[in-house]
Design a protein around this ligand. Structure first.
Ligand code: ADP
Ligand code: MG
Length: 857
């Protein structure tokens, strides 16, 4: 056998080979080019406006103002730059986490590495459902078939064979049977192979040009925002023209007029909206990753919060998949496994499993069978019978399963059974089979009566929540490929326990409060599924929908059926697709879990396809929108909560942006209308932008979830981003803020106080009301006072403090007076301006109070 001589590479060899052959990838790394990014900033509208203003000031002969503008240019550019750099870093970190991995033999041990690190000569271990990472020669196979249609166009899977050293390839066939090709898909079985060609040298690499990273498609939210931004931009442009016209009418100075227009334009550009989206979604995805949820599509973060149905696999996601054999049906008695005292059944249990089982259920079966045999050994040690038996085994072990397996009929979720065929001697074969009772009993020639009796036992076990397997064996003189062709004898039932994971019941309760349905999907028997369903608190009217029933239903009937029942049993992956479609047709937003190759279509068509990180195949992961790293149901629920919080915070940030722009825009608009000097000059507007930017991104991103976030029904996907309620909030808060800043200014200027002093008053009022408004709008339910009791949002604290320091600085530090056209205020004026600002923000608390009281009723 090759097996013993297979040697992997060692680290130095890998290093050298990597230098020689490069990385195993087809992506032309787009150099994250700092210079290119730097020039990208020049295209920003805000930047262009600033430069425009600087030029205008120069034309006006005001060199100082021009310089100040240019200083701000640098500020704004570097903020944009840093923000983009940070987002990119986050996205790269996420990408790193989702790159495919492969098991290799290096330095004499099995290791998991990223596929792009493969080099020619590496030994790789492939299993079903994997995307083949490189062209490799086959060294060992077990039932390994590959879908090569991406290369050959042939849909039929190809069974691979071991490459025989020294044998020349049959040159008539270009695609070799003893080689697996990069980009193709393993469907079944396992294989050990040696990498031959990587990256562009692989067959796949030769035919595919360098693909630069595919740009992610815009999410619905992004599209909505783009629309919003465009409309605002157009409206802004019209307003600008109006302001320019008005100013010109009053003072006949074209440059002054354009300057007013630009001030308004700067105030109105809705540049923050798209920034908020990228920052929230990518930071959100990053937070989710820390909570064991990887988003493959960032935009799925927003869908997550809208989920109405979670359709979840039972085994391994809801249950622990730590199977334990509990009961056995042996000679018409259900007994505890410890009481089993039968060598034949124990041996059958072992022989019907894989030789080296990795499935937890098989492991459990083999282990308890071995324990039975060992305890029997203890009790009958040294008796003649025992010694006689020993002689029959090949290696002196107590279980004789080392006799040769000549054929395997592998487990298939459709047939729900498997068998191993052993060679007893030249022309006698032994068949050991196990599987779901229905599928095994139908192969045994039991009378109807006997069958019914067994079925009763099956139900008795299943009602306790045990997964029941039937065992049967037989002898034959021929090897056949179909289990149906053998005559089998029923030997017993085994009941395995697989308890629900911790916290699942609570998580399901939480879902119920949050208006989210949980549906359990399993290949298991109905009674078992219902028993587990009961345990975790699903509702299903004492009836599970079986795969068979689904087959018999029309699509419309299925739509009706899925409304009332949360348990689906004896389902094969192909049914999942129909379940998803039916749920979606009913208007549900469906999250669906899956791990196998056959789950991929359903994962793709679900609103949120969830692949298992541990058990999942590459194929399932590629099709999914998110990957559940810990395969745990409770994590999905946590992520849904996070999704809701992120969406909520996006909305809060958007509301904030709109509110704060109302006073700024209105000031720029109404000062010329009332023929007053501008309250806000371009310098002030950029200064305010320096506060607004981090507030809408960092501060609101970090806000905690509302207390009742999981007690509300999911938001409707049809609901617009900004609802009517939000709009009235925006208008009322924004207008009050404007009035608070504008009326005192108007009054002060009219009563002969210098414009600079009036401006200082308005600035302090505006910034103060902004700070209060952030604190008020951080939550729709909690009151402002509550911030002292909860965990501090550091970003909020810092940004707000800086805002206040900044505004007091430009009012009270004399050097700034000429730059910002301000003047120190006396204490009373300061107090008055602060108070006006606070009142202009805090009044909303009363509205909140009234709303909360209403909601309580
Ligand atoms: P689930 O959806 O709960 O993971 P599976 O599709 O894995 O269910 O299994 C469905 C049924 O197939 C089981 O209830 C059992 O009867 C049978 N089965 C599962 N694994 C094996 C196996 N290794 N050998 C024989 N039968 C099996
Ligand atoms: Mg399973």
């Amino acid at each position: 056998m090759e097996g013993n001589t297979i040697k992997g590479l060692n680290s130095t060899e890998v290093k050298n080979l990597q230098e020689e052959y490069g990385l195993n990838e087809l992506v032309k790394e787009e150099k994250s080019n700092a210079i290119k990014k730097f020039f990208g900033v020049f295209k920003e509208p805000m930047f262009l406006l600033l430069v425009g203003t600087a030029i205008l000031y120069l034309l006006l002969g005001d060199a100082q103002e021009a310089c100040i503008m240019l200083v701000f240019v640098v500020f704004v550019a570097s903020i944009t730059f840093v923000q983009e750099w940070k987002t990119e870093k986050t996205l790269n970190a996420l990408k790193e986490l989702t790159t495919p991995e492969v098991t290799v033999l290096r330095d004499g041990e099995k290791r998991t590495i990223k596929s792009f690190e493969l080099v020619p000569g590496d030994i790789v271990y492939l299993k079903e459902g994997e995307r083949i990472p490189a062209d490799c020669d086959v060294l060992e196979v077990s039932n390994f078939s590959v879908d090569e249609s991406v290369l050959t166009g042939e849909a039929e899977p190809v069974f691979k064979v071991v490459k025989e050293e020294g044998l020349k390839n049959d040159s008539s066939e270009y695609w070799r049977k003893d080689r697996v090709y990069a980009g193709t898909l393993s469907i079944f079985g396992t294989c050990t192979a040696r990498v031959v060609n990587t990256g562009f040298k692989s067959e796949y690499g030769k035919i595919s040009k360098a693909v630069s990273e595919a740009k992610e498609e815009l999410s619905p939210l992004q599209k909505k925002t783009q629309y919003l931004v465009k409309s605002l931009a157009i409206a802004g442009f019209c307003l600008c023209l109006l302001v320019i016209g008005l100013t010109y009418l009053y003072n006949h100075n074209i440059i002054q007029s354009i300057l007013s227009g630009i001030t308004l334009a700067m105030a109105i550009i809705p540049e923050e909206f798209p920034v908020v989206l990228t920052v929230f979604l990518s930071l959100g995805a990053f937070r989710l990753a820390k909570n064991n949820t990887l988003m493959r599509k960032i935009s799925a973060v927003e869908t997550l919060g809208a989920a109405t149905v979670l359709a979840v696999d039972k085994t391994g996601t809801i249950t622990k998949n730590s199977m334990e054999v509990k009961k056995v049906l042996y000679k018409n008695n259900i007994i505890n496994i410890e009481e089993l005292n039968d060598r034949e059944l124990s041996n059958l249990m072992i022989k019907s499993c894989e030789e080296n089982p990795y499935d937890p259920m098989e492991k459990a079966i083999v282990n308890s069978a071995k324990e039975c045999i060992n305890s029997m050994k203890d009790s009958v040690r040294n008796t003649k019978e025992y010694i006689g038996d020993m002689a029959r085994t090949t290696n002196g072990e107590d279980y004789d399963y080392h006799i040769e397996i000549v054929n395997k009929i592998p487990f298939d979720p459709k047939t729900k059974r498997m068998a191993n065929i052993y060679k007893e001697d030249e022309d006698n074969f032994y068949v050991a089979a196990k599987g779901s009772p229905e599928k095994i009993l139908s192969l045994c020639n039991l009378s109807r009566e006997e069958e019914e009796k067994v079925e009763k036992y099956v139900d008795e076990m299943a009602e306790k929540g045990l997964r029941v397997l039937a065992f049967a064996d037989g002898h034959s003189v021929e090897i056949k490929d179909n289990l149906e062709e053998y005559t089998l004898e029923f030997k017993g039932l085994v009941g395995l326990q697989d308890p629900p994971k911790e916290g699942v019941k609570e998580a399901i309760n939480l879902c119920r409060e949050a208006g989210i349905r949980v549906i359990m999907i399993t290949g298991d028997y109905s009674k078992t599924a219902m028993a587990i369903g009961n345990e975790i608190g699903l509702s299903f009217n004492n009836c599970a929908i079986t795969g068979e029933a689904i087959d018999r239903m029309t699509d419309d009937e299925l739509c009706e059926a899925v409304k009332g029942c949360d348990v689906f049993s004896r389902v094969v992956p192909e049914h999942k697709m129909r379940i998803v479609k039916a749920l979606k047709k009913n208007g549900d937003i469906v999250a669906m879990t899956g791990d196998g190759v056959n789950d991929a279509p359903a994962l793709k068509s679900a609103d949120i396809g969830v692949a298992m990180g541990k058990r999942g195949t590459d194929v399932a992961k590629e099709a999914a929108h998110m990957i559940l790293m810990d395969d745990n149901f409770t994590t999905i629920v946590k992520s849904v909560k996070d999704g809701r919080r992120i969406y909520d915070n996006i909305r809060k940030a958007m509301v904030y942006i709109m509110i704060i722009h109302i006073p700024i825009v209105a000031l720029a608009l109404f000062s010329p209308v009332f023929n007053l000097p501008q309250v806000l000059l371009p310098v002030h507007i950029v200064l305010l932008e320096l506060i607004i930017d981090p507030t809408c991104s960092l501060v609101f991103e970090g806000e905690e979830a509302e207390r009742d976030i999981m007690q509300k029904p999911p938001r409707s996907p049809k609901e617009p981003l900004v609802t009517r309620g939000m709009l009235s909030k925006v208008l009322s808060q924004g207008i009050i803020m404007f009035l608070a800043a504008f009326l005192p200014f108007h009054y002060l200027v009219d009563s002969g106080i210098p414009v600079d002093a009036a401006r200082s008053f308005s600035l302090i009022t505006l910034v103060m009301s902004n700070v209060i408004m952030v604190l008020v709008n951080r939550s729709n339910t909690e009151y402002l006072i509550h911030i002292f009791k909860e965990k501090q949002n550091t970003a909020r604290l810092v940004v707000n403090a800086l805002a206040l320091v900044m505004v007091l600085g430009i009012v009270y530090v004399p050097v700034f007076h000429t730059i910002f056209k301000t003047r120190s205020l006396n204490f009373n004026m300061l107090l008055l301006s602060c108070l006006t600002g606070i009142l202009a923000g805090i009044w909303w608390e009363v509205v909140k109070f009234i709303k909360n009281k209403k909601a309580e009723k």
